[in-house]
Design a protein around this ligand. Structure first.
Ligand SMILES: [Mg+2]
Length: 193
């Protein structure tokens, strides 16, 4: 590994808009009309039709072409690739390794150094001691905060403001929220600040 410092990126909800894609799949299957802004809970089961098993449908969704066609959030491709000029980009994705091929295809335009398919992302925080992490899921964020405290790390936690996390972070003062519009300000600051 080079002497560059590390930045950890999550993929779904941070780089790729899997939520819109998943809801498109649900809508065509159940004739519903869910939109991105309806996704106000990280756990989908709370807003799917009550007779739908969220885990089952998620696993079905992973076998469709939807998963190969996820769209980037605005500005994020430029942002990550700019950061890769100065940092090692470490991708941590909790998605199943069954869709590894599709996941690598999804992020083929992203200039990263390593990718890990891992659910317990926080266990890697001390090892990589990153300048910052980008993460959208409330439970991963909670774990990152815990490990950061435990090992007195300086890692900043950047959180894209999404409907499912905006009111769900227990300690909002311990993270930095940003939007698709402000992500380039973070990049400028990290690269040259
Ligand atoms: Mg995520």
């Amino acid at each position: 590994m080079s002497s560059k410092q590390n930045i950890i990126f999550d993929v779904d909800g941070v780089i790729l808009d899997y939520m819109s894609s998943f809801l498109d799949y649900v809508n065509q299957k159940y004739d519903t009309t869910y939109t991105f802004n309806d996704a106000n809970k990280y756990d989908f089961s709370t807003y799917l039709p009550s007779n739908v098993n969220a885990e089952k449908i998620y696993n079905e969704y992973l076998k469709t072409d939807y998963i190969s066609n996820l769209k980037y959030f605005k500005n994020v491709k430029t942002a990550v690739n700019k950061l890769s000029e100065h940092y090692n980009i470490i991708i941590m994705t909790a998605i199943s390794e069954n869709v590894k091929k599709e996941r690598l295809y999804n992020i083929r335009d992203i200039n990263y150094s390593e990718i890990h398919f891992i659910r317990d992302k926080h266990l890697y925080l001390k090892k990589y001691n990153p300048v910052c992490v980008f993460e959208d899921a409330p439970f991963h964020i909670k774990d990152y905060i815990k490990v950061r405290k435990q090992f007195k790390l300086d890692t900043e936690i950047y959180v894209p403001a999404r409907p499912w996390n905006i009111n769900a972070i227990q300690n909002p003062d311990e993270v930095i929220f940003y939007t698709d519009e402000t992500i380039m300000d973070i990049v400028e600051n990290l690269n040259y600040g």
